[in-house]
Design a protein around this ligand. Structure first.
Ligand code: NAD
Ligand code: ZN
Length: 355
């Protein structure tokens, strides 16, 4: 069966296009007493971006804290606080921030129309009712969260996305000016998430012409951004993130992401940096690309953390291995149907112990 997947129906791209936001969402405001929720990364509390967000009369701005990556408990708390604002539902949820804030906006837009806890919907196609109209506006580029059909959440038992067609944004606003102020290390780690998406997609067994075409263009853009630099780097990185997301939509990620999920569940490590730490040890599987990645690390003077497993106890390593092994499609994409013979518990442990 070929996958029939939903994509974002409306995309605006260009420097300064954020200023068109009110015009773009206007058609959702059918009556005068409707309101929208702006969920904005709290790093922008005193920023120029805050001044550019113009709230209409009944709109509410909620500052979002992403010190920890999104949890189902936070989604549920945010959803409750939106319900408490009014007896009516908002007509839009607008997420402004990196992958974490965009994922939280997706999740809240889903949970406003679906009963229970967000933890009940971690999995594939469990969402019953369409979400509130939702808009994604990245301020960091690389995760591809702006185009994906998932919102990655850490729940009580697992780290797993709410994957559904309803999760996909109705509109995205890609304004490269919004990513220009990101701290350089964070920009690098999130950008490498995109590079690794491309590497894992392009080297995977699930690859087809659709994902190959997006992946090849995205990895070329990543190389231009992180090896050459230049004045249009932010524009290129923003499009690389989008194309990288489109590439994995029709293929899958691989070993690096499977191991990185285990790291982030047990150690709370953020996605981009976790991927970089793991990818650095995957020379055996992606030899050329790990070499190229190291050139990028060196060029940008990034100090990749080492020895992160030092304090991890035996049950922590076991949990990491369990989480990695649950991610079967990722391993199958990377190593083929016989992956279990190659990626044994001992082999996974060996890689973790090198980190
Ligand atoms: P992030 O959203 O977690 O943000 C990282 C840090 O950068 C935060 O401190 C944030 O406040 C700060 N920040 C964001 N934009 C900034 C800016 N312009 N200037 C200064 N600081 C800024 O980082 P991320 O790497 O974009 O996202 C990681 C998250 O995305 C993880 O939770 C991961 O699970 C998720 N993810 C989702 C998907 C998906 O398809 N839904 C894919 C990959 C990753
Ligand atoms: Zn990723």
């Amino acid at each position: 069966m070929f996958r029939n997947f939903k994509t974002v129906p409306f995309v605006v791209f260009g420097r300064g296009c954020f200023d068109q936001l009110n015009d773009i969402v206007k058609k959702q405001r059918k009556a005068t007493d409707t309101f929208m929720i702006f969920m904005v990364d709290d790093v922008f509390t005193d920023s120029h971006l805050r001044e550019k967000i113009s709230l209409q009369d009944q709109d509410h701005l909620i500052w979002i804290n992403v010190d920890d990556e999104p949890k189902t408990t936070y989604v549920d708390q945010l959803t409750r606080s939106v319900h408490q604002l009014s007896d009516d539902l908002p007509v839009g949820v607008i997420g402004i921030g990196g992958g974490s804030t965009m994922d939280l906006a997706k999740a809240v837009s889903l949970m406003l129309t679906n009963p229970g806890s967000s933890a009940d919907y971690q999995g594939w196609d469990l969402i019953k009712n369409p979400a509130i109209y939702h808009v994604g506006i990245p301020t960091l580029s690389g995760t591809g969260a702006e185009v994906s059909r998932t919102t990655v959440l850490a729940g009580p038992e697992k780290k797993l996305g709410i994957n559904s067609d309803h999760t996909v944004f109705d509109q995205i606003v890609l304004d490269p000016e919004l990513i220009s102020g990101a701290p350089f290390e964070q920009r690098f780690y999130t950008g490498m998430d995109c590079y690794i998406h491309c590497v894992e997609s392009l080297n995977g067994t699930y690859l087809n012409t659709f994902s190959k075409s997006y992946g090849e263009k995205a990895i070329t853009l990543c190389r231009e951004v992180f090896l050459d630099g230049g004045p249009e780097s932010d524009d290129k990185l923003m499009i690389a993130s989008y194309f990288g997301g489109m590439s994995i939509a029709y293929s899958q990620v691989g070993i690096c992401h499977a191991l990185s999920y285990g790291l982030s569940f047990v150690l709370g490590l953020h996605h981009g940096i976790g991927n970089c730490i793991v990818f650095d040890q995957l020379e055996k599987y992606y030899p050329e690309e790990v070499g190229e990645f190291r050139q990028m690390v060196e060029k940008h003077n990034i100090n990749l953390p080492k020895g992160i497993m030092a304090g991890v106890k035996e049950n922590g390593i076991e949990k990491m291995i369990d989480i990695t092994l649950v991610l079967e499609p990722l391993m199958e994409n990377a190593l083929g149907p016989d992956w279990k013979k190659i990626m044994t518990r001992d082999r996974i442990r060996e890689i973790y112990e090198k980190l």
